[in-house]
Design a protein around this ligand. Structure first.
Ligand code: HEM
Length: 343
């Protein structure tokens, strides 16, 4: 009797191991169905379960796309974005080391011509500062866990991420307001002229050797930046507003995940072009930054980089524009220029 009871007890203990034994002997059998996992599989496919809650996606208890989107963000978007931006920075460091700063060939003439109005400068700097704040806070939200947690610790990063998220949400609204204004303000000068701009593109703007091709007030590369920034800006604003106001159009989670992917890809693209703009406007081209800081450029700079625009100025009524050709003033970087000489 005692031995029989002990045997029965031992068998009872072994019973739960039977599925493992079956799976071991026949791994392709698919295992023994588990009623619990069957239930959750059905819930995931929204085949069972009801809810009283009204609203878009309210019946979705488990979002399959959520996990796929999370993996895509962590394993594709973030690493590819980092590679693109890293490559851009690397290319310009190498370019600077090889080519150096593009100088005003004849030096400064000492005569300055008007390039941008106060309105154009004000709008530009609002656009630029909102863009830079959004780019930095967005990149921290995307890459902070890798870059900042080792430096700030998890709780330190959590504060930084919260601040960046709030900043991103509110500055985004300002950016949304300034982009349409910038779009109309710079539109006229940014329309492509097939003949002039086509030739400029064919010669890659003279950045890799050869003579600098002719250009209007805004060259073909700058026009391209305008279109990338404005169209990219509209994509970022639309996708960003969908993410800010999650119930704006009663869009479901799939829409939000799509908007997030579009938002991230567009931001990496526009920031990559922004690196080009930032480089050329600051360290790349001597005298360029002055145009957006005080509205004027040196006449020799205008003649060298935007010859067709400069000829238009010379033909115009503005008496401050030198009518003669300008040449070697002899100084760089804002020094005192020697008197003008004729071509
Ligand atoms: C802090 C960063 C920035 C700096 C230092 C900067 C500098 C400049 C400079 C110097 C110019 C005049 C170029 C010339 O006279 O030929 C310019 C023009 C312009 N910038 Fe920026 N910029 C910055 C950010 C931005 C951003 C973020 C945008 C757009 C989202 C932008 C859009 C434009 C446009 C549309 C023009 C007029 C077209 C052109 O001349 O290229 N800039 N910028």
């Amino acid at each position: 009797m005692l031995w029989s009871l002990l045997l029965l007890f031992a068998l009872t203990l072994l019973l739960p191991l039977i599925p493992y034994a079956v799976a071991y002997v026949n791994p392709d059998a698919g295992g023994v169905p588990n009623p619990g996992s069957e239930l959750w599989r059905e819930v995931r496919h929204a085949n069972v379960g009801t809810t009283q809650v009204q609203g878009v996606d309210s019946g979705v208890l488990i979002s399959e796309y959520g996990e796929r989107w999370r993996q895509y963000r962590m394993q594709q978007l973030a690493p590819w974005g980092a590679m693109v931006l890293g490559a851009m920075v690397g290319i310009f460091i190498v370019y600077y080391l090889v080519r150096g700063k593009i100088r005003i060939e004849d030096g400064r003439s000492g005569k300055r011509v008007r390039r941008y109005t106060t309105t154009e400068m004000t709008v530009h700097w609002i656009l630029a500062s909102t863009f830079v704040l959004l780019a930095l806070s967005g990149l921290i939200l995307l890459y902070g866990r890798w870059l900042l947690i080792p430096l700030l610790g998890a709780s330190g990063f959590s504060v930084t991420a919260t601040v960046c998220k709030l900043l991103h949400n509110y500055v985004g609204l300002l950016f949304a307001a300034i982009v349409p204004i910038a779009f109309f303000l710079y539109l006229k000068d940014s329309l492509f002229n097939l003949k002039v701009d086509g030739r400029w593109f064919m010669r890659a703007g003279g950045y890799f050797g050869g003579e600098e091709p002719s250009s209007e007030k805004v060259n073909a590369g700058q026009k391209m930046w305008y279109w990338v920034a404005m169209l990219g800006g509209f994509v970022l604003i639309t996708s960003g507003l969908l993410l800010d106001f999650t119930n704006l159009f009663q869009q479901g989670r799939e829409w939000l995940m799509g908007a997030h992917v579009v938002h991230t890809i567009a931001s990496i693209g526009v920031i990559a072009f922004f690196i080009v703009h930032l480089y050329l406007a600051t360290v790349g081209v001597e005298g360029a930054l002055e145009s957006m800081v005080n509205g004027h450029v040196d006449a020799n700079w205008a003649r060298q980089h935007h010859d067709l625009w400069y000829q238009e100025l010379q033909a115009g009524q503005d008496s401050t524009v030198p009518k003669e050709g300008l040449k070697a003033g002899g100084t760089h970087a804002g020094g005192v220029a020697s008197p003008l000489v004729k071509d």
